[in-house]
Design a protein around this ligand. Structure first.
Ligand code: HEC
Length: 169
């Protein structure tokens, strides 16, 4: 009888301590899949939302040069956060082509990748300066009037060309 109680006690202790080892939420180290989803959100929601304001100005004259200046500066600041969204080996090869468009060359040519980060930082600072100076034509030329970030000269396009693979359905 006493042995049985001991065994129940042991079993309970095991269950309780086991439960304490389980992940309990966001403070748990992020999995590769979470890193990838957060990165795609960052590109779409953060870089993308500022880009949309620039594109709307160049394409359809929406907003003002002051808006261009503000959003270009926001992009310059956000560009500094790009590298931390690309921890080693969280791209294709390790994860499915459907899940991520990040190519392994990001990590084999990390210096080249960082140059593209710098291109965006420099490009958006230059754009903010042109906007501040009131140089409307140069602003529109630099953003590009197609509305597409694949054609802009501020620095989104080059990185995508080299480091982002084709979309897979
Ligand atoms: C230094 C490289 C780099 C720069 C600069 C960069 N991107 Fe990206 N971007 C990527 C990579 C790599 C991916 C693929 C992420 C993934 O799927 O894991 C991506 C993904 C995206 C996506 C997600 C949509 C999709 O289907 O892939 C959007 C939207 C996007 N980028 C917009 C932008 C915009 C707008 C800019 C410029 C303001 C920009 N990016 C600058 C590397 C970059």
């Amino acid at each position: 009888m006493r042995l049985a109680f001991k065994m129940i006690g042991f079993a309970l202790a095991t269950v309780v301590s086991g439960a304490m080892l389980l992940p309990t939420g966001p403070s748990y180290a992020a999995s590769g899949e979470e890193v990838i989803n957060a990165r795609i959100d960052f590109m779409k929601e953060e870089l993308g939302s500022h880009w949309k304001i620039l594109a709307a100005y160049a394409k359809s004259g929406k907003g003002s040069l002051a808006d261009v200046e503000d959003n270009a500066m926001a992009l310059a600041r956000l560009s500094k956060k790009i590298p931390e969204h690309f921890p080693k080996d969280t791209g294709r090869g390790k994860y499915s082509d459907k899940m991520t468009r990040s190519l392994p060359v990001i990590w084999t040519d990390w210096d080249g990748f960082k140059k593209e980060v710098q291109r965006l930082a420099d490009g958006s600072e230059k754009l903010a300066r042109l906007a501040k100076e009131g140089n409307k034509d140069a602003v529109v030329t630099m953003i590009g009037s197609s509305g597409s970030y694949a054609k802009t000269k501020i620095g989104c396009a080059e990185c995508h060309k080299t480091f982002r693979g084709a979309r897979v359905k």
